[in-house]
Design a protein around this ligand. Structure first.
Ligand code: PEP
Ligand code: MG
Length: 869
């Protein structure tokens, strides 16, 4: 096979073989840009080398020498020459950018002879010997793996000896002494001389790059970024140009547009008399590129032209590295530039307007997850750099929050009243904390995963949340928390970053979100392209309104239990649960009816005719029980129930495994009066809104946790009979639908039968994942995180739907359901409904819609469009 390619043999489409850097160097050469000549040793050679247990095949060696000859001819220089030596850089370059890999080696080819040639050629002896000592140090460090500190010791030792304050104070003679010291160090460490033959240097460097593919940093980086270990890396060998030969030289890094805000103007930095590494390493502070315009006007003009050519050619914003040697410009690298969400959106829209790309391309250029940055307040990046996190949890709901610590929902509400900003810190939140969560800037919990109560509710509100931060021990009663032995009390300032899970013991400034016009344009294009609907999970008019503003086309899930947890309602539902007889229960339910009806009317009005799916009561009853003695006493006094009885009932209702206990449709089967009350509220609210506003409402009533077809049959009967009674009473009818959640694995298996009674399915992938994997939603956050770290799981299946397993159940249920009822409406309302990969899966299954929390609606719209392209 062919293993080595000259820069004039490749192209940008050969990334897999030449790596990103090599492919783009070849492309720039092809279109006639000034690129120092060189060649690329392919990823195939890397794979071959690694497969052979670290042995370079003779064929690879032969091809490298062949291309070296060519390079010498093109450059008119010779490797190791005492008069005009060829020097090269050696750089790794994988098919995907991988910062974890080997660093660059510069000035390869220098030895005791060629250093004299470099001195003669540049007329600068000090420069030549400084380059040589840098080369030995770099080579010793990255190829020979001798600790850098040992080189530093020799260097600093000499500085001290001659009383040099700065590196530049060292004379050529000092550098020669240092070089001898370096060579002795190599000999002492490795038992052999520093290689003087440039060809040996090159072969060693190439192998070091190949080996670096499997160093720890690279392996970790690949794991974190889902990059396949089988890709391998290429090696680029390129003739050196020098940006450090004097005031007429320099080096820089620039973008064709601003990677910060997308402004169409060259953005970058430049350093006079420096080598590329000096910019990257931050040794000297570079100047803004505008100043290059003044100091190098001609070169800058040429650079502007090249930047434009590159952007037109790649049709995307470019990130470029270049060097000026004695007034002559050379391009060393180009690639598509990384950018903020704001810049991504602006560049995409601008490029469509400039007719450089079409709308589909623009849509594909924006990472849906990135859109989050535009919807939530974020920490100021510069400010953030000044602080170190004190702990890390799950990035449960993105954004930034900063405020005084409070440990209870009540304290949060009181502080908010007093005009303070607070962060609510809890072991884990429960529905009773809702008001406190609304009042807080953000929520931090010590327990719970990505679908814990705190996480789900915070995302619903678009509120910043870090969940399951196991570094923290919370003492809620005592009002302090402890992290790594340090105590933080009520009133102390903390900042939490819901985008990466970091917690800081400091006040860090935040920036408000800006929904720019470009963002709206992208969303409009996404809607034109996508075919799957986007609904929202919302339980109250405020969230529903937010979601509609973000483009939601309906409500895919209203969790009615969330409506029972307000101050004045909770005693009423407790009364219902504590009832001994059906009659008592009905009486308590009658007290709840007006609230439910009012809630539903609010939702219908907000949604103004868009579809609304309302789910019957789902959670285990014990969740509503009084939590402590105080609650019990209050209840006892309010309703005249003996305290003892409340205690007994609480014990009676206790479940060992509530998630698999008395919940979901089991409640409606055993206590049909609950379903009756909810149906009555749903239907009469719709009738009233219709009458008052003329809007035609077609409620979608959803039965949760069905696993047995007869469960649905049973509950549907209750619903239909109740609805009929309402129609008779009102003397008026309307259309409604009855459907079910598919969230118990068995439901997927018997979906054909369930579809006989269900007009729609909504996939509850939270419970389906819980029961499919046998992972408790509320307890396994920590285990899953460790599984992902250890590579047992690739991703958290509560965030990204497990297509191989749980997804198979979804697919099967969709197929089985359609067999019985070809037009059955299909949606997903688990947390996965806002996850781009899952949305792509749902698109391919032909589901009608995805439903997600309000702040994920724009993400889902974009992801849905990408799925359709
Ligand atoms: C689900 O299980 O996926 C679902 C949407 O319901 P909940 O999260 O309320 O159990
Ligand atoms: Mg569920």
């Amino acid at each position: 096979g062919k293993f080595v390619y000259s820069f004039n043999e490749g192209s940008k489409d050969m990334r897999d073989l030449l790596g990103g850097k090599g492919a783009n160097l070849a492309e720039m050469t092809k279109i006639g840009l000034p690129v120092p000549f060189g060649f690329t040793i392919s990823t195939d050679a890397c794979k071959d080398y690694l497969n052979k247990g670290g042995m370079l095949d003779d064929e690879i060696v032969r091809e490298v020498y062949e291309h070296l000859d060519e390079l010498e001819q093109v450059m008119g220089k010779k490797f190791g020459d005492i008069e005009n030596p060829l020097l090269v850089s050696v750089r790794s370059g994988a098919p995907v950018s991988m910062p974890g890999m080997m660093d660059t080696i510069l000035n390869l080819g220098l030895n005791d002879d060629s250093v004299k040639g470099l001195a003669a050629k540049t007329g600068n002896e000090r420069f030549a010997y400084d380059s040589y000592r840098r080369f030995i140090q770099m080579f010793g460090d990255v190829v020979m793996e001798i600790p850098k500190s040992k080189f530093d010791q020799i260097f600093d030792g000499r500085k001290k000896e001659v009383g040099a304050e700065y590196d530049v104070d060292l004379k050529t003679e000092d550098l020669k002494v240092i070089i001898e010291g370096y060579k002795e160090l190599v000999k002492a460490e490795l038992g052999r001389e520093f290689p003087q033959n440039p060809k040996d240097q090159l072969m060693e460097a190439i192998q070091a790059v190949f080996r670096s593919w499997n160093n720890e940093r690279a392996i970790l980086y690949r794991k974190l970024n889902n990059i396949s270990a089988s890709l391998g890396t290429a090696v680029n060998v390129q003739s050196m140009v020098f940006g450090n030969t004097g005031e007429n030289s320099g080096t820089g890094v620039a973008f064709t547009r601003s990677p910060v805000n997308g402004e169409n103007k060259i953005f970058g930095e430049f350093l006079v008399n420096a080598q590329g590494e000096d910019v990257v390493a931050g040794i000297r502070t570079p100047q803004p590129i505008d100043q290059m315009k003044e100091s190098f006007p001609d070169v800058y003009g040429k650079f502007e032209d090249i930047a434009r050519i590159l952007e037109d050619h790649y049709k995307d914003m470019q990130d470029m590295e270049f060097t000026v040697e004695e007034g002559k410009l050379f391009m060393l690298q180009t690639r598509n530039g990384k950018r903020t969400a704001e810049a991504a959106v602006k560049v995409a829209v601008d490029m469509v307007n400039e007719e450089k790309i079409d709308k589909e391309t623009a849509i594909m250029r924006i990472a849906p997850e990135q859109i989050d940055q535009l919807l939530h307040p974020a920490f100021d990046a510069e400010e953030l750099k000044k602080h170190t996190p004190i702990g890390k949890g799950l990035p449960a709901s993105p954004g930034a929050a900063c405020g005084e610590i409070v440990f209870s929902a009540d304290d949060a509400a009181v502080a908010k009243e007093a005009g303070k900003k607070v962060v609510l810190v809890r072991e884990e939140t429960s529905p009773e904390d809702l008001a406190g969560m609304v009042a807080a800037e953000g929520i931090l919990t010590a327990r719970g995963g990505m679908t814990s109560h705190a996480a789900v509710v915070a995302r619903g509100m678009g509120k910043c949340c870090v969940a399951g931060c196991h570094d923290i021990t919370v003492y809620e009663e005592e009002k302090y928390m402890e992290i790594h032995g340090v105590k933080y009390h009520e009133g102390d300032m903390i900042s939490i970053n819901g985008t990466d899970g970091s917690v800081y013991a400091a006040e860090i400034a935040t920036k408000a979100p800006e929904l720019s016009g470009n963002f709206g344009t992208i969303m409009k294009w996404a809607d034109e392209i996508r075919t799957i609907g986007v609904r929202t999970n919302a339980d109250n008019p405020r969230d529903a309104k937010q979601a509609v503003q973000f483009g939601a086309e309906g409500i895919g899930l209203c969790r009615t239990e969330h409506m029972f947890f307000e101050e004045e309602r909770i005693p009423k539902i407790r009364r219902m649960i504590l009832a001994d007889t059906e009659e008592e229960r009905r009486e308590a339910l009658a007290g709840l009816l007006p609230y439910q009806k009012g809630d539903f009317k609010g939702l219908y009005e907000t949604m103004a005719g868009k579809p609304v799916t309302i789910r019957l009561l789902d959670p285990p009853l014990h969740e509503f029980l009084p939590k402590n003695e105080e609650d019990m006493k209050e209840l006892s006094e309010q309703f005249g129930i003996p305290l003892e009885k409340i205690k007994t009932k609480t014990i009676e209702l206790h479940e060992f495994n509530p998630m698999l206990g008395h919940r979901g449709c089991r409640l409606a089967v055993t206590y049909p009066e609950i379903a009756e009350m909810q149906t009555e509220a749903i239907i009469t609210a719709a009738l009233e809104v219709k009458k008052e506003t003329g809007i035609d409402i077609k409620p979608e009533i959803m039965v949760p946790l069905v696993g047995i077809p007869n469960e649905l049959k049973n509950v549907k009967k209750t619903i239909d009979e109740t609805a009929e009674r309402c129609f008779e009473q009102a003397g008026e009818r309307l259309n409604y639908m009855v459907g079910t959640m598919i969230e118990i694995p068995r439901a997927a298996l018997v979906a054909d039968e369930i579809a006989e009674d269900a007009e729609f399915f909504s996939f509850g992938t939270n419970d389906m994942t819980q029961m499919g994997f046998g992972f408790s939603r509320d307890d396994t956050g920590k285990i899953i995180r460790e599984y992902v770290e250890k590579g047992v799981l690739e991703e958290d299946p509560f965030q990204v739907l497990d297509q191989r397993g749980v997804g198979k159940l979804v697919k099967m249920a969709a197929e089985e359901g359609r067999k019985t009822r070809p037009n059955i409406k299909l949606g997903i309302c688990g947390e996965h409904g806002g996850n781009p990969k899952t949305i792509d899966f749902c698109h391919r299954l032909g589901l009608n819609y995805v439903s997600c929390s309000p702040f994920r609606v724009p993400i889902a719209r974009l992801a849905a469009a990408q799925a359709a392209i």
